[in-house]
Ligand binder design. Structure first.
Ligand SMILES: *Cc1c(COP(=O)(O)O)cnc(C)c1O
Length: 379
């Protein structure tokens, strides 16, 4: 089956009790048993819920994986992956990543004796020097947030193949429509479903997809033991969002390309970070591993003062100034003070995330209105 059909029908059967086409919201905490242990596969809703089960199956299919697991947020999904590790283990992660992931790694898990190396992932070869017998996990984000760098997933999975090292790709920015890390040898594909999967800025949710049954069992054990599970209403919203992912992503890509080209040609814009430009350093890899380039981009202005960036950030009318991304509505964001404020300033600057960088999540409105809005805001 092709992706569009899988996104709409994957994991979902008409409800056996009524024939309802859409999976009902099973708003229950527990399930009646005929005798202790004699039940229909459901005992308690932290361990399993039929709405969640339908979504987990649908998400697995969307990433060409065998198994999916849902969490109460993207960060909770990340938390579960790190809980696979033990004190003394080492993780190699990119130096240009989601601020909340960086905060979780450095402020929560370093305390428990896990060591993190933040490196330039664009050069797969440079990773080699960080790998030792304690390395247990490689954490990839691509395209990166907010600088839109591209990491070659296949090059890294090949580099560690045969070693006892897991590769997890945070696929939030690309969504399963643009990129499928499991097909490139990654062990885990993780999403903040809050973003493109949900797609309507109305739910916080996370998920992990995988092929290995052993990994699935370990992560399911963590899911039910630690308890960061989503409620059935939230699962319903993501399941509903998933069914239009392909249509929304097509428009995000179209609008993204037009907005990126508009910005690039604007006399007051200094640099546009969008992975669909032929002169983007990761373009060849992006073309190889992605089906399109999406609607996420960042840019800087020639007048590089923070005040000038703030002026633009507060002048848009269609683009709302807000954290998050991937919804139908366009958003504008100031990474240095918003999404990436938890990364120390020196660390940010070293990796190219300046105080004046502006990030856009281009939505699916009429692109002419989006361009007009940016035109009047940049002035
Ligand atoms: C938002 C985001 C997360 C965290 O997800 P939440 O749903 O907000 O917990 C993780 N990774 C990336 C790339 C994100 O954009």
């Amino acid at each position: 089956m092709k992706l569009a059909t899988k996104l709409i029908h994957g994991g979902v059967e008409p409800d056996p009790s009524t024939g309802a086409i859409m999976t009902p919201i099973y708003q229950t905490s527990t399930y009646a048993q005929e005798a202790p242990g004699k039940n229909k596969g459901y005992e308690y809703a932290r361990s399993q819920n039929p709405t969640r089960k339908a979504l987990e199956d649908a998400l697995a299919i969307s990433e060409n994986g065998k198994y999916g697991l849902c969490f109460s947020s993207g960060v909770a999904a990340t938390d579960a992956v790190i809980k696979l590790l033990e004190p003394g283990d080492e993780v190699i992660a990119g130096n240009d990543m989601y601020g909340g992931t960086y905060r979780l790694f450095t402020k929560v898990f370093e305390k428990f004796g896990i060591r993190f190396h933040f490196v330039n992932m664009q050069d797969a070869e440079s990773l080699r020097s960080y790998i030792n017998e304690k390395t247990k996990l490689i954490w990839i984000e691509t395209p990166t947030n907010p600088l839109m760098n591209i990491v070659d997933i296949r090059a890294i999975t090949q580099l560690v193949s045969g070693k006892n090292i897991l590769v997890c790709v945070d696929n939030t920015f690309a969504s399963p429509y643009l990129q499928n890390p499991l097909d490139m040898g990654a062990d885990l594909a993780l999403h903040s479903a809050t973003k493109y999967l949900g797609g309507h800025s109305d739910v916080i949710h996370g998920c992990i997809m995988m092929n290995d049954a052993g990994l699935r069992d370990k992560l399911h054990f963590i899911q039910k033991s630690c308890g960061a599970v989503p409620g059935p209403q939230d699962c319903f919203l993501v399941l509903r969002g998933l069914k239009t992912l392909h249509v929304r992503m097509e428009r995000h890509c179209e609008n993204g390309e037009k907005v990126a080209n508009f910005l690039k040609a604007h006399p007051k814009v200094a640099k546009v970070y969008w992975c669909g430009f032929e002169d983007h350093p990761g373009f060849a890899v992006a073309q190889k591993q992605m089906r399109g380039f999406g609607g996420m981009m960042s840019f800087t202005l020639k007048d590089d003062s923070v005040e000038n960036a703030m002026r633009v950030l507060t002048a848009t009318k269609v683009f709302a100034l807000a954290e998050s991304l991937g919804g139908v509505e366009s958003l504008i964001n100031h990474p240095a003070s918003m999404t990436h404020a938890s990364i120390p300033r020196e660390e940010r600057l070293r990796n190219g995330l300046t105080d004046s960088l502006i990030r856009l999540s281009v939505g699916i409105e009429d692109v002419e209105d989006l361009i007009e809005d940016l035109k009047q805001a940049i002035g």
